[in-house]
Design a protein around this ligand. Sequence first.
Ligand code: PEP
Length: 253
Amino acid sequence: MRTQIVAGNWKMNKTFQEADDLVNELVEFIETNKAAHRAMIICPPALYLELATDMARDTELYVGAQNLSQFEKGAYTGEISAPMLASMEVEYSIIGHSERRKYFGENDEMLAAKVRMALKHKIDPIFCCGELLVERESGKHLDVVKSQLDNTVFKLDPVEFGNIMIAYEPVWAIGTGKNATPAQAQEMHAYIRKLISEKFNDQIADNTTILYGGSCNAANAKELFSNPDVDGGLIGGASLIAEDFIKIFQALK
Ligand code: PEP
């Protein structure tokens, strides 16, 4: 069975003390509720990654960044590099979140470079894709996602691609309280898996974890995750409260 995952994207939230409290609650839960084929990842703001990796060390809570630079080192003020993250024991990074695409001008070319940089330093990308509302309403959602994947992670070789996790996040569902229906999620996830199979092979497609993201919460997670091609979720708002995030974790297959 593919690993079923919930990943929490904290975005730009939490003070240091609040972050400490939340990690503490999650570590306490996960250490008493170990589950084969299920994993919990948190992606706190970069400033708290050291806190998180310290507290999560030797536990089954895993830590990811929300972003990384496409450059390896040098004169890039304010950026955080893949080798820096790797040296802090960060194992994952979200790459291509729609907020990075929208507010920070990240395009496919930059995202392809970020993916390569992450892999070079043994950081597993959680690669986000997803269409705008206007694209869904005009029936272009499948083509948009295909193009986002063709231009980035589908340029990798099969071995490299084996380290990629995909997060399908329809932009219209992120932070809006309007999640994709289970049928909409399943349609897209099955489509992405078919594309992976055509690009690489059936086995790689079968092994790839594809997360759903966009207003997933404790109330709707079970129904979303019950779809055969939905392997868990990338969770924004609902990952900020331990009780909610734990309930979402418990909704995994
Ligand atoms: C996200 O930002 O990746 C996300 C899914 O946000 P939310 O769960 O708040 O919609």
